[in-house]
Design a binder for this molecule. Structure first.
Ligand code: FPP
Length: 239
């Protein structure tokens, strides 16, 4: 990394670093189509972009990174694409765990995991166990077979017959114990939430870029954090 990158990071650390950043990794297919490549090639490059993003997040001192890897609606995609994504998840889990351990990054999988193959479920559980530690530099939450509305309905069912406040209700969500995201990044020019972290993003700052997810890099991540630092977060009160 160059000196300019170090200066940028140093400057960002003078300001408020978001504790929790959420990302909608959109545009893998578009990235591939523009290059005349199959959509799957976009997903493969997307996995590399995720690795870069996790490294940058850990370097900046972000504590939680939550990424939308597969929604409850993504099963509707062509079977070959779904199969490829499952293969990519499995392969990443088999290969990347030692690197996560070395970087002191913990990984967790949030969503309805029962829909995945027993092998993949086992790989996910094993990755969680192997990377689990008392004080990780960063925790990456991979939201997989996740949908915000389904999560809220599940939480209502779990909290049945109990008196709940906003704080106690949050304990029934997949994100129990995590702070709400401070910043949500969405790539590929779409300006919507697409059923991601509906409850948790009530006061989240949004940041959008036209760049497709495979092109996301540390420089763009730092730009998002710099823009976040310029926002005034009032959360309903006065500045
Ligand atoms: C959105 O692009 C991306 C996805 C549905 C999958 C996200 C998966 C990865 C980034 C792969 C790596 C993840 C892990 C956990 C190894 P899109 O296909 O919707 O793109 P489009 O909108 O251009 O069609």
């Amino acid at each position: 990394m160059g000196i300019w990158t170090d200066i940028q990071r140093h400057q960002l650390r003078q300001g408020l670093i978001p504790r929790h950043v959420a990302i909608i990794m959109d545009g893998n297919g578009t990235w591939a189509r523009r290059r005349g490549l199959p959509r799957t090639a976009g997903h493969a490059r997307g996995a590399e972009a995720l690795r870069r993003a996790a490294t940058e997040a850990a370097t900046l001192g972000i504590q939680y990174l939550s990424v939308y890897a597969f929604s409850t609606e993504n099963w509707k995609r062509p079977p070959e694409e779904v199969a490829y994504l499952m293969k990519l998840f499995g392969q990443s889990l088999r290969e990347k765990v030692p690197e996560l351990v070395e970087q002191q990054i913990a990984i967790r999988f949030l969503g309805n995991l029962k829909k995945f193959s027993p092998t993949l479920q086992k790989l996910m559980r094993r990755a969680e166990q192997k990377t689990s530690r008392p004080a990780p530099r960063l925790t990456v939450n991979v939201l997989i077979n996740y949908g915000g509305r389904a999560e809220i309905i599940r939480a209502i069912q779990k909290s049945k017959n109990k008196k709940v406040s906003a704080a106690t209700f949050a304990q029934y969500l997949y994100t129990a114990g995590l702070p709400d995201p401070d910043l949500l990044i969405r790539t590929s020019g779409q300006l919507r939430l697409s059923n991601f972290l509906l409850w948790q993003s009530a006061y989240t700052e949004f940041w959008f870029t036209q760049k497709c997810w495979p092109d996301f890099n540390g420089r763009l991540f730092r730009q998002a954090v710099r823009d976040f630092q310029k926002r005034q977060r009032r959360q309903g009160g006065l500045a």
